[in-house]
Ligand binder design. Structure first.
Ligand code: GDP
Ligand code: MG
Length: 440
């Protein structure tokens, strides 16, 4: 068991060096996670390259365990790419402010139109007019009218036979005459991008000069997200993205793909079918999902909190001198505990399922760390600094003090010796420049 625990220390310290191999290995896992989340390949490639650039040679690396480091860089980079600032709808224009809703059929345009109307009405006290320009689906205009009625939002009276551009002009006219603050223009979608659809929305855009042109995309959208976002952005010009069905179990990789190809902010997310199920976009939540890591944020924060940079720097200096003692081992063990034990730490790494499994098999639990800590604490300061003086009688005394057997004490000392040996090796590697990346 000692050997196995030693292995883990070994692994952690080795990762501490953040060699390029380590970074690459972690990024391989990340790459898989992104592809599984349906992020488009070009976006995955760009992301991995970006992370790698950041990871290699970052000063912040100092004192932070490499596993946490990599995942923190990955997570932060993802949040940053997804948009670290919450971007609200832009209503800065002379009213009535037109908002154009775009997207494929079934993406959630009509529902989102009503949701935005409700939000603007309740939160911003705006007078909103809903107008359906969907003459394609038989009941589409009626659908929006009913949603308006249910939520107490005005909708444009339906005139049979009018074409989308005519309806759009009329909506703006009614908006002006009746003093509306905002006019939401809900368009027809298709099952896929085609010329006719683009021509229609471009004509509507030119007739209304929207301040916001929001592309509505289902979070389930896979690789297609790139085509959809690119087309709408290049041909119509979008100002933002709304992701719907975040309440489902889609990993939401489309968010990253669309940000990658358009650079436009994801402003809102749909969280259900009801008209109040709309929220500002939370990049950190989506980042956690895309990485497939549940509550990655709190784990990362926990890691960041418990990292004692000073201590790590001290250790790094000691390593330079080659003097790793039992005090250092104790403080390392404490750092691991702060992270919630081995399991907690492993949770910080993406795709660490395998190692977690091994840990479980190795049966490493808190009790072992408890016992090891007790042993070191039963030593005098001098013994901790100079483990060489730990003769048989001292070991017996320590075992008594810690309430363990002499064999336990011997095991710990052996483990210390192994670690110390490994540190020396690392130091040598360090001189070749590997260690410097991580600790120096
Ligand atoms: P449109 O064709 O783009 O106008 O799409 P609709 O607004 O008509 O929505 C299509 C379906 O998706 C409807 O059944 C909606 O209730 C549903 N829907 C829209 N947004 C969401 C969402 O955020 N979550 C869930 N669960 N369903 C949604
Ligand atoms: Mg619709």
């Amino acid at each position: 068991l000692t050997g196995r625990l030693g292995d883990i220390f070994d692994r952690l310290r080795k990762r501490g060096a953040l060699s390029e191999d380590d970074v690459n290995a972690a990024l391989r896992e990340v790459r898989i996670a992104l592809l599984e989340a349906d992020v488009a390949l070009p976006a995955v490639k760009a992301f991995v390259t970006g992370v790698k650039e950041k990871a290699v040679g970052t000063e912040v690396l100092r004192g932070i365990n490499p596993g946490q480091m990599v995942i923190k860089i990955v997570h932060d980079h993802l949040v940053e790419l997804l948009g670290s600032q919450v971007e609200d709808l832009n209503l800065e224009a002379v009213p009535p402010v037109p908002i154009l809703m775009l997207g494929l059929q079934g993406s959630g345009k009509t529902t989102t139109s009503a949701k935005i109307a409700v939000r603007l009405k309740n939160r911003d006290k705006k007078k909103v007019l809903l107008a359906s320009l969907d003459t394609r689906r038989p009941a589409a205009q009626e659908q929006l009218r009913i949603l308006g009625q249910q939520t107490g939002v005005a909708s444009l009276p339906i005139i049979a036979g009018q074409q989308p551009v005519e309806i759009a002009r009329r909506a703006m006219e009614v908006g002006r005459l009746e003093g509306f603050d905002v006019v939401i223009l809900d368009t027809a979608g298709r099952l896929a991008i085609d010329e006719e659809l683009m021509a229609e929305v471009v004509a509507i855009r030119d007739a209304t000069k929207p301040v916001e042109s929001l592309l509505v995309v289902d979070a389930m959208t896979g690789q297609d997200a790139v085509t959809v976002a690119t087309n709408f952005n290049e041909k119509v010009g979008i100002t933002g993205i709304v992701m719907t069905r975040i309440d489902g179990d889609a990993r939401g990789g489309a968010a990253l793909s669309m940000r990658h190809v358009t650079g436009k902010p994801i402003k809102l997310m749909g969280m259900g079918e009801k008209t109040d199920a709309l929220e500002p976009f939370h990049p950190d939540r989506i980042a956690g999902r895309i990485l497939g890591m549940g509550d990655v944020v709190s784990l990362v924060e926990k890691a960041a909190e418990s990292i004692d940079k000073e201590e790590a720097e001290k250790l790094a200096k000691k390593l330079e001198k080659g003097g790793f003692d039992l005090e250092d081992m104790l403080s390392q063990m404490r750092q691991i505990r702060k992270l919630g034990g081995m399991g907690g730490m492993m949770n910080l790494l993406p795709g660490m399922g395998k190692i977690k499994e091994q840990l479980k098999n190795a049966n490493i639990d808190e009790k072992i760390l408890d016992r090891q800590e007790a042993i070191i604490l039963s030593m005098t300061k001098k013994e901790r600094k100079k483990p060489d003086i730990l003769n048989a009688s001292r070991r017996r005394r320590i075992a008594m003090g810690a309430g363990v057997t002499v064999a336990d004490v011997n095991r710990l000392i052996k483990q210390y010796q192994d670690m110390s040996e490994m540190m020396k090796k690392m130091k040598k590697m360090g001189q070749k420049g590997l260690l410097r990346q991580g600790l120096g």
